[in-house]
Design a protein around this ligand. Structure first.
Ligand SMILES: Cc1cc2nc3c(=O)[nH]c(=O)nc-3n(C[C@H](O)[C@H](O)[C@H](O)COP(=O)(O)OP(=O)(O)OC[C@H]3O[C@@H](n4cnc5c(N)ncnc54)[C@H](O)[C@@H]3O)c2cc1C
Length: 1059
């Protein structure tokens, strides 16, 4: 139904509004019209009236004589009797009154015909509306001539009618000059009257063309040097005029074609219906064209004599009950016209299918001007401002309609417009989906969770855009709002946002041109913000804060519509070029929508007070899920009963209870796996790590990896955000993964077992995000399969590497290679025999701006020139088999295609890589801490000192309490950062990631330290994981950047954002 409408619109939508034919008369052009004539030698066309623009008196007389049994030729003979001095010529020079003329004329006619001739009756007919209708072909021609900048004039031999006014039945506004013989006292062919006309036009004779049906009149004009055309048949004369002027003089009804065979309607029945409707005895054939993109409701242009109409009908065949509701269009336009909203004037709704086969309605074809290009080319800035203001005003007018007074109280449901719309367009999109569009998936999750509360219910147009407005050709006034197919009752801000689509789109966009890349101030066009403010001020409404939601929704809808167009075109219902375009555009629009959604998400976060109760949801909607929460029960999640997979995206799930059933199931399985397979094997794994074979990977780990893979507990780390099609991972959100990663963090060996360990995870994410297909095939695949491992080489011993711009290692371009030289250390994982890839960071251009000097290269570990100098230890622990190595790179040559993203983009990639890497460390640190606290609790319950169990000692209790509080605090911050990554992306979450990286290692360090203390000396031994946890927590105050660097980031942002 309406899904097609948008793209019948823009270039196609004209259908019934095809009024753009007179766009050419627009005011700005009008201003310049007199100065342009398209390079032609002619600058004006002068028309005779009778016989050229309207039927000639001679022809009227011939018909009248037959009807009144007057001998043929009587009137004509009487008209020419006595030439210049005869009664007709004197009448036309205004020398005699109508009464005197008729008396004398009657006498002459009777003498000629030898019978009494009722000349009064002839005169009435001659001046009647019936025979003074301007020939449509001439009306078109005049319109086209003027549009090209030519002047038009009428030079007529006319007379006074009985009212004392001159006889001039035409619309004077079509002409620059009107010269009437009865007013001037001079008649054609007197040369003076031609000269008078030329004088008033301000032209030389050779600059004009004169059309007349009488030879003497033409001869006189020609003798003055005026170019002449003899008019016997107006159609033929217009053709001749066209060839002199060099352009078409026929109206072009945009986007029309002859009626398609399958869409034919019975013409005779329609003509009869229209004649009855218009109450006119029209002459001439009815012209019927079809607007060529009216796929939904076929739409026709009709010209019947002087009437121009538009007919819109339901398509033939069986229809869905709610589809093609032309009755609604008719109803809304009629109701709005009654309360003064400018709309096309609807004439009648015909629900009787017997007339043309289906119900239809007829409306007037509105002449006016449609601005298809939102930048309004050719207009002055003040005119543009005026057009946008008029658009804004008319929207206010529409939204101010009193629904009851207009009889529209039941035109749609009151309230809940946006939830319904989101649902509808999601359904439409799903029905048209051809492949996954990641941004659409995100929006489908996000929109329902951020629905604003509808403040008012008004008529909403549903497709309110500049090119759906018909403007007055000469002033900034909206004559009609068109295209009511999507209208209903709803949230007026949806219309306001929709009317700003162009503000967010580039001017180069096909189909939907925008102005986002234009200088709006210079153009005189209000910005979206100014436009919105203008609306609020005029409506007396306070501005809303979630404008970006409305914009995101608007673009979501456009994307869904485009996807529909694309799907239909694939079925062969549109040209392939269009098909490809609309498919790409759908993705483009959805990305735009998602950008706006993230802005809105960010706003919500920024506005949150620092302290909130745990149950606080970050979304703005208290939707039906919250109703499911049994009253009085306390939940740590804002989604007590989560719906299917990924419903937790967009919601901050504080505890595992709030996870979606799918994520919860993964969580439970992971926990079971840990309990059944990992914790029991820890002592064995630890023994291996302390043995001489420690640099050889443990076979136990390899076995567990296969088991985990078989159970689907594999590559859990890749966020849905990065991998929306779940090509590489399982598709958890960052928040969901946070809960699972915490469980993995409880054992130092677990992350590798689930292929979720650093630095592989960061490297894999880099390859997914930035790698070429070849790079992915070569490196990502073995890493994802757990067959290979990798390292990340940035830190250098000779420079303070917490400032990555200090990095000195060089990457030099040489023919088809890059040559690397540098010294790195603390390179985790490099000692592992399975390590096949080093993601290397070095400088390609030390002269470039600070953050564009670095690049990242994929270096195969077996490349000659890589020398591992030694393994480093952390508190004496060497973390075998991966270890942390010091390495020398000496003239290491790698092919150019191993560059990631391109030279100078290393910093950019590092930012993208380190964000997720950092938060994963923090998630695991929460796991360390929980495990440490659990061990501590068990230990203090089992040991007695000074007469009572340790657990009863006050300091122990205080330490337990302190640890619980600190873990909870850190976890909340981790979850918040993860949520922000899900909702607004890694970049927007940078501050929160820095905060958590500052908080989590120290927190874990303190919690583990308390646990060690409570354990006594055993806590320091390798009998328990505490010592290793402690070493790691301490190391993580350096790894991925020392605390101070994150402190600086947080402080800088604090100062920037909150002062
Ligand atoms: C276990 C472990 C594993 C690691 N794994 C890797 C790896 O795989 N790949 C890799 O490339 N690197 C790795 N690193 C290195 C780590 O990233 C760096 O140690 C870290 O970035 C700090 O750099 P640096 O050691 O050169 O310290 P420096 O830059 O010399 O800094 C020294 C100290 O100066 C202080 N400082 C620095 N900046 C500021 C400031 N702005 N304000 C106040 N004080 C400041 C801090 O206290 C900092 O600790 C690892 C480190 C460890 C401990």
């Amino acid at each position: 139904m309406c899904i097609r409408r948008l793209f019948r619109s823009s270039d196609l939508q004209q259908a019934w509004r095809a009024a753009s034919l007179r766009c050419i008369q627009c005011w700005w052009r009008g201003a310049h019209r007199r100065t342009h004539s398209g390079g032609s030698a002619y600058r004006a066309v002068i028309f005779d009236m009778g016989g050229v623009l309207i039927p000639s008196p001679g022809r009227v007389a011939a018909a009248w004589e037959v009807q009144n049994c007057v001998p043929s030729g009587t009137i004509l003979k009487a008209l020419i009797k006595d030439g210049e001095t005869g009664p007709w010529m004197r009448f036309m020079r205004g020398e005699v009154t109508t009464g005197d003329f008729l008396q004398e004329f009657g006498r002459i006619c009777s003498e000629i015909s030898k019978t009494s001739v009722p000349v009064d009756s002839f005169f009435s007919l001659l001046t009647s509306e019936q025979v003074t209708q301007q020939f449509p072909v001439m009306t078109e021609a005049i319109s086209q001539i003027r549009a090209k900048g030519f002047q038009t004039a009428v030079l007529t031999n006319n007379f006074y009618v009985s009212s004392g006014k001159s006889f001039f039945p035409l619309d004077r506004s079509q002409f620059d000059v009107v010269v009437e013989s009865c007013l001037e006292g001079v008649c054609k062919p007197d040369p003076r009257i031609y000269q008078l006309c030329l004088e008033r036009l301000g032209l030389q004779p050779c600059e004009s063309i004169f059309l007349d049906d009488l030879g003497p009149n033409l001869k006189a004009a020609a003798s003055l040097g005026i170019r002449t055309i003899k008019v016997d048949d107006p159609e033929i004369a217009v053709k001749e005029l066209e060839s002199l002027l060099g352009f078409s003089l026929h109206w072009h009804i945009p986007n029309t074609c002859s009626v398609r065979r399958s869409m034919e309607i019975p013409k005779d029945a329609l003509e009869k219906y229209l004649k009855d409707l218009l109450g006119t005895q029209t002459t001439g054939p009815m012209e019927l064209l079809q607007f060529d993109h009216g796929q939904s409701n076929p739409t026709y242009y009709i010209r019947l004599a002087n009437h121009q109409l538009v007919l819109r009908k339901k398509p033939p065949g069986t229809l869905l009950p709610s589809a093609h509701a032309i009755e609604r269009e008719f109803r809304i336009m009629k109701a709005l016209a009654n309360v003064g909203v400018p709309v096309p004037r609807v004439l009648e709704l015909c629900e009787d299918s017997r007339v043309i086969g289906t119900p239809f309605y007829v409306m007037e074809y509105c002449p006016g001007c449609i601005y298809k290009d939102p930048s309004l080319p050719g207009l002055e800035p003040s005119q543009r401002q005026a057009i946008y203001t008029a658009m804004n005003r008319v929207l206010c007018q529409l939204h101010s309609v009193d629904l009851q007074a207009a009889g529209l109280g039941d035109y749609g449901k009151q309230g809940d417009y946006l939830p319904r719309q989101v649902q509808t367009w999601t359904k439409q999109y799903r029905a048209a989906e051809t492949s996954t569009i990641p941004a659409m998936e995100r929006l489908i999750q996000w929109l329902p969770l951020h629905l604003p509360k509808q403040q008012r219910t008004t008529v909403v147009h549903g497709d309110f855009r500049l090119d759906n407005l018909l403007f007055h050709p000469e002033k900034a006034e909206v004559l009609a709002i068109l295209d009511w197919e999507l209208s209903t009752l709803g949230d007026p801000f949806a219309d306001v946002a929709y009317s700003c689509l162009a503000h967010y789109l580039p001017s180069s966009l096909p189909l939907l041109k925008g102005v986002s890349d234009r200088d709006l101030t210079q153009l005189g066009i209000p910005t979206a913000e100014e436009y919105f403010r203008m609306y609020c001020v005029h409506m007396g409404t306070p501005p809303i804060k979630n404008w970006n939601f409305y914009m995101a929704f608007s673009f979501f809808r456009v994307a869904a519509i485009l996807q529909g167009v694309y799907k239909r075109s694939l079925k062969g219902q549109a040209s392939s070029a269009n098909a490809e375009q609309s498919g790409k555009l759908a993705e483009f629009m959805s990305n735009l929508a998602w950008d706006l959604a993230t802005k809105e998400g960010f706003r919500v976060f920024k506005e949150m007070p620092a302290a909130k109760p745990l149950t606080r949801s970050y979304h703005t909607w208290g939707g039906p899920w919250s109703l499911l929460s049994p009253k009085g029960t306390r939940s740590y999640s804002s989604v007590p009963h989560a719906p299917p997979a990924h419903a937790s995206k967009g919601v901050l799930v504080f505890s595992v209870e709030g996870l979606s059933p799918w994520a919860r199931d993964l969580y439970d399985r992971l926990q079971r796996f840990m309990e059944q397979h990992v914790f029991p094997l820890e002592p064995e794994l630890q023994r291996h790590q302390a043995s001489v074979d420690r640099w050889t990977p443990s076979l136990l780990i390899e076995d567990l990896k296969e088991k985990a893979k078989a159970e689907g507990l594999w590559n859990l780390f890749l966020p849905l955000e990065t991998d929306p099609e779940k090509k590489y991972g399982v598709g958890l959100t960052n928040v969901e993964y946070a809960h699972l990663c915490e469980v993995m963090g409880m054992s130092l060996y677990a992350p590798e077992i689930f292929n979720c360990s650093a630095p592989d995870t960061g490297n894999m994410e880099v390859l997914v995000r930035y790698g070429t297909e070849e790079q992915k095939a070569r490196w990502l695949t073995p890493l994802l399969e757990g067959k290979a491992r990798s390292c990340f080489a940035m830190t250098e011993p000779q420079v303070a590497s917490s400032d990555a711009t200090n990095i000195e290692a060089s990457i030099r371009e040489e023919d088809a290679f890059y040559v690397i030289n540098g010294h790195k250390w603390w390179i985790s994982g490099v000692m592992d025999p399975r390590c096949q890839l080093c993601v290397f960071m070095g400088k390609t251009d030390p002269q470039a701006p600070r953050h564009q000097q670095q690049s990242m290269l994929l270096v195969p570990m077996d490349t000659p020139g890589i020398k591992v100098i030694r393994p480093l230890t952390v508190y004496g622990l060497d973390d075998a088999p991966g270890g942390h190595g010091e390495i020398q790179f000496e003239n290491v040559c790698v092919p150019k295609e191993n560059m990631i993203l391109g030279p100078g983009r290393g910093f950019e990639i590092a930012q993208g890589r380190l964000g997720p890497g950092r938060i994963h460390h923090c998630m695991r640190l929460i796991g360390f801490s929980e495990r440490a606290l659990a061990l501590m609790k068990a230990r203090v319950k089992s040991r007695v000192a000074f007469g009572k169990p340790l657990v009863e000692q006050g300091t122990i209790l205080a330490n337990i309490a302190q640890s619980r509080v600190e873990i909870e605090q850190a976890r909340l911050l981790v979850l918040k950062a993860a949520h922000l990554m899900d909702m607004a992306g890694n970049k927007a979450a940078a501050l929160d990631i820095a905060m958590i990286k500052m908080v989590a290692p120290s927190m874990a360090y303190r919690v583990i330290d308390r646990a060690i203390q409570a354990f006594g000396a055993a806590g320091l031994s390798s009998d328990y994981p505490l010592a290793q946890f402690f070493a790691w927590a301490r190391a993580l105050r350096f790894a991925d950047g020392p605390d101070e660097v994150h402190q600086v980031t947080v402080a800088k942002m604090e100062l920037k954002q909150r002062t």
